[in-house]
Design a protein around this ligand. Structure first.
Ligand code: SAH
Ligand code: TMP
Ligand code: ZN
Length: 408
C-alpha cells in the first residue's frame, strides 16, 4: 500500500522522514533467501488535519504476518509480568456480567489470553500468524488464525455472542484498515463493554528520539489527540489513559461507546501534555528528523572508531526495532560481529537487509565482547540485572536511546 493520503481522514500527509529502502523488520533470513529479499521505502508522514503520524508505504500484511512470524511474545519475562497484571485488572474491574466473553486481537502465543483461559473465562484470540497461533492453541487457548476486520467481528458475534472486553496489545498500530476494525468493534462490543489497548506512544518517540519504533509493522504512531478523532468517527470515546513503561514507552487506552462511561481526568491531562510536546505541530516532526539524523551519524562514528581500535561489538537482542537502526545507519557485520538472541527461530539466521549473523545467547556468554550494542534497549532493566557478570568482566554497553552513549 502506498499513499500520500491520511489513512484516517484522507487529507494530504506531510512526509517528514525517510529511512530509505528497508526490509521486513522481522524478516530474519538465510543466505538462500538474500536474492529474493523484499524492500520498500520506509517513510513517515504527519497529518495536519487529524494529527495521525503514519507510514506512507506499508508492505502487504501477508509479507509480515504469516506461518514463520518471528516474534513470540512470551520470550520476555517482563512482558509476561506486565500482561499478568493487566489480566488481573480486567478480571477485577470489567468481568462483572455472568459468563463474560473476552476477545483479544493479536493474541500471539497466548501471553495475555492464557490468564483468562486458565481461569475458565470464555475467550477468543484472533491471531493471523499461524505458527504463534498454534503455540497458543497448544496451551488450550481458543484462537482463530485470521486477520481481524469487520467481517470477522460479525462471525465472532454469531459464534460466541458480544464481548464484555476487547483487548489489543501492540496490534492496533499494526492495522492500516482501522475503520474496518472499529466498525467491527461496533458490532462486537456489548453496549457497556470496554476496549483496552496499548501501543508504543508517539510522545515517547518524540521525547526519546526512539526512531527505531518506526518500522514496517507499525503503520501508526498514536497520540490521544489523533485517536480521539478516530474513535469519535465511530461512536466511541477514550475514557481513560495510562502511560506504560514497556516497549520503550507505551500508552494504554480505555475506550467505550460515547456517553456510557465517565471520562477520567487523565484524558484531558494527557491532551494538554501532548500540546506542550507539540504533537499537533508539523514543526515538531521536522525537529525529530534532525535529531534522528544526528543520532545516526553519532552511532556510525562511534562504531567505526571502535572497529579501528580493534574492539569487538556484539548486538544484544535481534529486535524488530533493530532492523531500522542497522539499515538506516549502515551497520554491517564489519561493525557488529553478530547479534545475540534467545529466540530459537532467529538463531542461525541473518538480520534483515544488512545480514548480520544472529547467534544463540550462549555465544555471547561464552566469549564476552568488549561492547554490547543494546538493541533491546526497551528491556534494559531486565538485561542489566541479568548481565552483571558481563560488566564485572569489563564489558560495556552502547545505547542510542535517548542519545548515543557508552553506559559507564
Ligand atoms: N499482543 C502481543 C503480540 C504483539 S505483535 C504482544 O503485545 O506481545 C502483533 C501481533 O498482531 C502479531 O502476532 C500479528 O500476527 C498480529 N496481527 C497483525 N495484524 C492483525 C490483525 N489484523 N488482526 C489480529 N492480529 C493481527
Ligand atoms: P522486543 O523488543 O520486540 O520485545 O524483542 C526482544 C528481542 O530481544 C527478542 O528477540 C528476544 C531478545 N532478547 C534477548 O535475546 N535477550 C534478552 O534478555 C531480552 C530481554 C530480549
Ligand atoms: Zn488525517
Amino acid at each position: 500500500m502506498n499513499t500520500r493520503q491520511c489513512l484516517i481522514c484522507s487529507a494530504s500527509l506531510e512526509p517528514f522522514i525517510s529511512f530509505g529502502q528497508m526490509p521486513i523488520a522481522n524478516g530474519f533470513l538465510t543466505p538462500a533467501d538474500y536474492s529474493s529479499e523484499y524492500f520498500f521505502e520506509l517513510q513517515a508522514g504527519f497529518c495536519g488535519s487529524c494529527y495521525m503520524v503514519q507510514l506512507i508505504e506499508q508492505p502487504r500484511r501477508e509479507k509480515m504476518f504469516h506461518e514463520n512470524y518471528a516474534f513470540f511474545s512470551s520470550t520476555s519475562t517482563r512482558m509476561a509480568k506486565h500482561f499478568e497484571t493487566l489480566a488481573e485488572l480486567v478480571k477485577a474491574r470489567y468481568l462483572k456480567a455472568s459468563d463474560p466473553l473476552v476477545v483479544e486481537l493479536g493474541s500471539n502465543d497466548g501471553i495475555l489470553l492464557g490468564h483468562f483461559a486458565r481461569s475458565g473465562i470464555r475467550h477468543v484470540g484472533v491471531e493471523p500468524s499461524a505458527n504463534v497461533a498454534q503455540v497458543a492453541r497448544e496451551k488450550g487457548i481458543c484462537t482463530i488464525s485470521r486477520f481481524f476486520d469487520e467481517d470477522l467481528a460479525q462471525q465472532i458475534v454469531t459464534d460466541h455472542g458480544q464481548a464484555d472486553v476487547i483487548l489489543a496489545a501492540n496490534v492496533m498500530c499494526h492495522i492500516p484498515y482501522l475503520h474496518s476494525v472499529l466498525d467491527g468493534f461496533g458490532k462486537l462490543l456489548k453496549s457497556d463493554g470496554v476496549i483496552i489497548f496499548e501501543d508504543p506512544y508517539l510522545g515517547d518517540i518524540v521525547e526519546k528520539i526512539s526512531y527505531d519504533q518506526i518500522y514496517d509493522e507499525h503503520a501508526f504512531y498514536f497520540s490521544v489527540a489523533s485517536l480521539s478523532f478516530l474513535f469519535a468517527k465511530h461512536g466511541f470515546e477514550i475514557v481513560d489513559v495510562r502511560p506504560q513503561s514497556v516497549h520503550g514507552g507505551s500508552m494504554r487506552y480505555f475506550v467505550a461507546r460515547t456517553g456510557v462511561h465517565p471520562v477520567d481526568p487523565s484524558v484531558g491531562a494527557q491532551l494538554a501534555k501532548e500540546d506542550q510536546l507539540g504533537l499537533r505541530d508539523s514543526g515538531t516532526y521536522v525537529t525529530l528528523r534532525h535529531n534522528v539524523e544526528r543520532s545516526r551519524d553519532e552511532l556510525l562514528a562511534l562504531l567505526k572508531r571502535l572497529r579501528q581500535e580493534g574492539k569487538r561489538v556484539v548486538g544484544y537482542g535481534a529486535t524488530s526495532k533493530s532492523t531500522t537502526v542497522t539499515n538506516y545507519c549502515g551497520l554491517t557485520a564489519e561493525l557488529v560481529e553478530f547479534i545475540s538472541d534467545t529466540t530459537p527461530i532467529k538463531q542461525g539466521k541473518f538480520s534483515p537487509g544488512v545480514h548480520i549473523p544472529v547467534r544463540p545467547y550462549e555465544e555471547f556468554r561464552a566469549h564476552y565482547p568488549d561492547y554490547g550494542l543494546l538493541f533491546a534497549w526497551n528491556h534494559s532493566g531486565e538485561v542489566m540485572a541479568k548481565e552483571l557478570d558481563f560488566r564485572d568482566k569489563g564489558g560495556k554497553w552502547i545505547s542510542y536511546v535517548p542519545s548515543v552513549q557508552i553506559l559507564e
